[in-house]
Design a protein around this ligand. Structure first.
Ligand SMILES: Cc1cc2nc3c(=O)[nH]c(=O)nc-3n(C[C@H](O)[C@H](O)[C@H](O)COP(=O)(O)OP(=O)(O)OC[C@H]3O[C@@H](n4cnc5c(N)ncnc54)[C@H](O)[C@@H]3O)c2cc1C
Length: 426
């Protein structure tokens, strides 16, 4: 913290809502707040949309409702951890910190619990394609979103089973799914390996052609509609005597009556000094971008065995996934990204694997796969919008709408209990 920030009288932005974090969640909050007539200031230490929101797999599915912790998942974890190319890794030194979180996470995987989580996930995801189209309208970049299916591809036909709980949950939520043979799959995606015996398609969804650029374009929409975007590292949030909040940063200190905390995986750090503990974990994911792939995909593809998603984007073909537990601050281990070279080549035999880019980002993950959304009880004016784990691109627009309602005093017409921070009390 600079001396100047410490000693200064806070710059009054009393009539503004300050949003800490300009990832896709913060940006969508800003757009919806502006629509409701609010004045907003988005603050980020980086350019907008460059955190986890930059490098994700680009899946935008109204039907996304399957929590990460499903019944029986624990049985696969030892095998995944032992496999150097497996989808989960824990840095040995981080094990003592990761284990309590992992325990809470696994204990969510009960059949009755996953149904309730599926409902709460579906509520946030259902309007996502329409809301992105709405936010992109007039930007000149509407083509950053493509209509798409989500093809889950299977090496063994017997594994493509619509009776599995995950598929039943999707169907219960109204997802338009269709089982495909290997031949039907290759008619749709001719570059896929002949090894895939079957697929299940989820239809009527979208994919982002450049998730980071969607963030930039929507941030530009915020500016165009009168919102302020400020580059600063926020150090702390503190209640002010007489009401409102003080935001300390490496720039001027700011005062505001309402704050939206949308700092992704970093959000818990602002809450601890306020006496609020949330089990927020940095679930680190990686991607490998094949810049000159020589093959193309029409849809988002989930490699079910290896648990990664491949998608053609404007920069090339991106394979993204893996969950690494190593804390927020340890350096990336790009071997986790390079795993995708062999796995994607196996999936797309004609793929050109020269010229690649590697990326790591931290998913903000809570044990029940649901975010924290809402005003903090006992802390008027502090609103939460973080913890969207594997689904933040999809859940961001509805989160923005809910936050805008809450901040402007309109009761949202959904049950907010599943997203309340006090579900972690005890
Ligand atoms: C490999 C991978 C694949 C994924 N695939 C998908 C997918 O296909 N579909 C989907 O829906 N989701 C996907 N996700 C999840 C999704 O990307 C995240 O849930 C989402 O990006 C979270 O958005 P956010 O705005 O909360 O966080 P972020 O994008 O991380 O934004 C948080 C922002 O807060 C800022 N910040 C933090 N601390 C400070 C500070 N002190 N001062 C100022 N600014 C600060 C950061 O700079 C950052 O810009 C994927 C994630 C990964 C890693």
């Amino acid at each position: 913290m600079t001396d100047r920030a410490l000693s200064s009288t806070p710059q009054s932005t009393e009539d503004e809502t300050i949003i800490v974090g300009a990832g896709i969640v913060g940006i969508c909050c800003a757009l919806s707040l502006i629509e409701k007539g609010a004045k907003v200031r988005l603050i980020d230490r980086d350019e907008p949309g460059q955190g986890a929101s930059f490098g994700n797999a680009g899946v935008i599915s109204p039907w996304s409702c399957i929590p990460q912790s499903m019944p029986g998942l624990w049985k696969s974890i030892p095998r995944w951890l032992l496999d150097p190319e497996g989808p989960v890794a824990i840095r040995p030194g981080y094990l003592p910190k990761a284990l309590p979180w992992a325990w809470r996470f696994l204990s969510q995987g009960r059949p009755e619990r996953v149904r309730a989580v599926a409902d709460a996930m579906a509520t946030l995801n259902r309007p996502n394609v329409d809301l992105y189209r709405h936010h992109l309208r007039g930007s000149g970049h509407e083509d950053l979103l493509h209509d798409s299916w989500y093809l889950h591809v299977y090496r063994k036909a017997a594994d493509a089973n619509l009776d599995d709980l995950a598929w039943r949950l999707r169907v219960e939520q109204g997802a338009p799914v269709e089982a495909l043979s290997g031949d039907q799959l290759r008619e749709i995606e001719p570059d896929l390996s002949a090894d895939y015996e079957a697929a299940i398609a989820i239809k009527e969804q979208a994919r982002a052609l450049a998730p980071g650029r969607i963030g930039q374009v929507l941030a530009e929409q915020v500016r165009r509609r009168g919102g302020a975007i400020q580059r600063a590292t926020v150090r702390s949030l503190a209640p002010r005597d007489g009401g409102g909040w003080r935001v300390e940063s490496d720039g001027d200190a700011l005062a505001a009556s309402r704050i939206v905390l949308a700092a992704g995986a970093w959000s818990a750090r602002f809450l601890e000094p306020l006496g609020l503990r949330v089990p927020l974990e940095a679930e680190r994911g990686y991607h490998l971008l094949f810049k000159d792939p020589g093959v193309a995909l029409r849809h988002s593809i989930m490699e079910v065995d290896a648990k990664f998603v491949a998608s053609s984007m404007e920069m090339g073909l991106r394979s993204a996934g893996t969950a690494e537990f190593a804390g927020l601050d340890s350096p990336p281990n790009y071997r986790r990204a390079r795993i995708f070279k062999r796995l994607t080549k196996r999936m797309l035999p004609k793929l050109n694997t020269e010229h690649t880019d590697e990326w790591m980002g931290s998913r903000p993950s809570l044990p029940d796969s649901l975010p924290c959304i809402g005003e903090v009880p006992g802390k008027p004016g502090l609103f939460l919008a973080f913890g969207h784990s594997h689904y933040g691109l999809g859940m961001a627009p509805a989160t923005g709408r809910i936050v805008a309602d809450l901040v402007t005093g309109t009761p949202p017409n959904i049950d907010l209990a599943p997203y309340a921070i006090d579900r972690f009390a005890a």
